[in-house]
Design a binder for this molecule. Structure first.
Ligand SMILES: [Zn+2]
Length: 202
């Protein structure tokens, strides 16, 4: 099997994706982009996890990118489309013909470039123009299903980072933390994350 360039943010979804691809027998090269995001712990998580698994990790500095967002925690316009394009370029440069990204169905509402038609179009451009296939295996999955897959693969969830805050712990209340907590609850999997704020179940 060919080597896959994995868009690897240090978040839960891309961690599950990386472990999933390795379990399928792929060699992987991880690519993370430091675009000046507030959540430095996400970059640290990517580094720690790649090191622990002996995965090759390349970090691309793109500090200007976050200046496109109006405030901290806001969606950076075009982020996912740009990241996929960067990963395709990275794949080409390293003789790889596969790129994988961990978008799931729960991303569609907030990120237009995570919608199926967009990913399909980007995949067609990538394949036809550069001969690089785009793998996005979770696009029809809720995040809870990604968590369930991760649990079966033994993904170290506690090493992953989702929060929009600066850390050192997950805030527990931002959109990313809320989605993370809900996904564990819906999956019926114990959430090993330490949150600043506890939220009463109800
Ligand atoms: Zn948070």
């Amino acid at each position: 099997m060919g080597t896959v360039v994995v868009l690897f943010s240090g978040g839960l979804d891309s961690a599950v994706l990386a472990c999933h691809l390795v379990a399928q027998g792929h060699e992987i090269r991880c690519l993370t982009v430091d675009y000046g995001q507030a959540q430095r712990p996400e970059i640290d998580a990517a580094n720690h996890m790649a090191m622990a698994h002996n995965w090759l990790l390349t970090t691309l500095p793109m500090g200007w990118f976050a200046t496109l967002a109006p405030h901290e925690g806001a969606v950076v316009p075009g982020r996912n489309a740009v990241l996929i394009t960067l990963a395709v370029a990275h794949a080409q440069a390293h003789g790889c013909d596969l790129v994988a990204a961990g978008m799931h169905a729960g991303d569609e509402a907030d990120f237009p470039d995570c919608r199926v038609w967009c990913l399909k179009s980007l995949g067609q451009i990538s394949k036809l123009t550069y001969g690089v296939d785009l793998l996005v295996p979770f696009t029809h999955w809720p995040k809870a299903r990604v968590v369930q897959l991760g649990a079966t693969l033994g993904v170290p969830f506690e090493r992953t980072w989702s929060c929009y805050g600066r850390g050192p712990r997950h805030c527990g209340t931002c959109l990313a933390c809320t989605n993370r907590r809900n996904a564990f609850r819906e999956a019926g999997i114990d959430d090993p994350t330490t949150y600043e704020e506890t939220v009463c179940a109800g």
